[in-house]
Design a protein around this ligand. Structure first.
Ligand code: XIL
Length: 315
């Protein structure tokens, strides 16, 4: 097979990428790769609250609609990302401006309006993103402080009501293997299932780095969530490295990508494996992690690295 999409055919796992909508508009080569290499897409930013509701009650769906249309034209599914988060919220959304009851009403309206807008066109929704700390305690956010931990069940119920056919996920990083954070998810999701809260999937982002080593028990972790009746997904894979890149780091990087892919392929209900960008030309990593980069399977010229071949050969 000469594309990842072709290689993934018949595996039961969709192969995806996060999409940068500016690049999709301006860069023909980038657009061509998105169209041909992948069978599912995730908006890197344009479905986040900050971008869809810049002023209270003023929605801008244009960029997100363009992605959904692009996906339909290329027979790709869409992972909606993300409805409830502590980052990339609108500037107007502050605790000083609203009471807890008002914040709850705003969250309900945001989820209802956004999920309804895309109703029938979203495969997986990342309903809540990054709700726990690495030690398994609840992350201190505007939502936890004002609504208490029940905000997660509420968000899932509101999303389900607005689009009963979308699969609803909780998503995080550093939760790929069995550890305190994934234990917290396991306990929460078991409880949500017992209470018949509509929750359908567990997402592991997969932001790895060659200098940290890779989790060894990803398959075991995914399996325990699947035993609860949940789907799983690998949602945001990249494998960064301290710059400059060299062949040793690139070999290690290839292994990071395949560790997560193998775990997904070996799991019965792992539905997708999504790259958080496929080319260094637009990767978020250098801008956020000082001195690190080269985190995707293609370099800035879209030339495949060893990681690209490793992913294709693992599929
Ligand atoms: C990142 C985007 O890639 C950047 O462009 C943006 O500036 C910040 O957010 N976990 C997530 C993603 O769930 O939404 C984040 O995306 C990366 C970490």
């Amino acid at each position: 097979p000469d594309t990842l999409r072709a290689a993934a055919r018949g595996t039961g796992v969709r192969i995806g990428t996060a999409v940068d909508m500016d690049a999709l508009a301006e860069d023909d080569a980038y657009r061509g790769e998105v169209a041909t290499e992948f069978s599912t897409v995730t908006p890197e930013n344009v479905m986040k609250w900050q971008l869809v509701e810049p002023q209270p009650g003023v929605y801008d769906w244009a960029a997100a609609d363009r992605l959904v249309d692009f996906a339909r034209a290329h027979r790709q599914t869409v992972r909606g990302h993300t409805l409830v988060w502590h980052n990339q919220n609108p500037a107007w959304l502050t605790e000083d401006a609203y009471t807890p009851a008002q914040l709850r009403a705003l969250l309900k309206k945001h989820i209802t309006d956004e999920v309804r807008h895309f109703r029938g066109r979203i495969w997986h929704w990342d309903v809540a993103n990054e709700i726990f700390n690495d030690d398994g305690t609840w992350r201190d956010t505007i939502w936890l402080r004002n609504l208490g931990p029940g905000y997660v069940a509420d968000a899932l119920r509101w999303a389900h009501q607005a689009d009963p056919r979308a699969k609803l996920f909780l998503n995080d990083y550093n939760n790929e293997g069995v550890n305190a954070k994934s234990d917290a998810y396991y306990a929460l999701m078991r409880q949500l299932k017992a209470q018949h809260v509509p929750v359908h999937g567990y997402g592991v982002q997969g932001h790895l780095g060659v200098q940290y080593g890779f989790p060894a028990d990803v398959r075991e972790n995914l399996r325990r969530f699947e035993a609860l009746g949940l789907s799983t997904a690998v949602t945001e894979v990249d494998v960064r490295m301290p710059l400059p890149a060299d062949t040793v780091k690139e070999q290690a990087q290839a292994r990071g990508f395949t560790v997560l892919l193998q775990a997904c392929l070996l799991s019965r209900r792992c539905e997708s494996y999504t790259l958080w960008g496929f080319t260094d030309r637009y990767s978020w990593v250098p801008g956020v992690f000082d001195g690190q980069g080269s985190a995707t399977p293609m370099d800035e010229d879209l030339t495949p690295k060893p990681a690209y071949d490793a992913i294709r050969d693992t599929l």
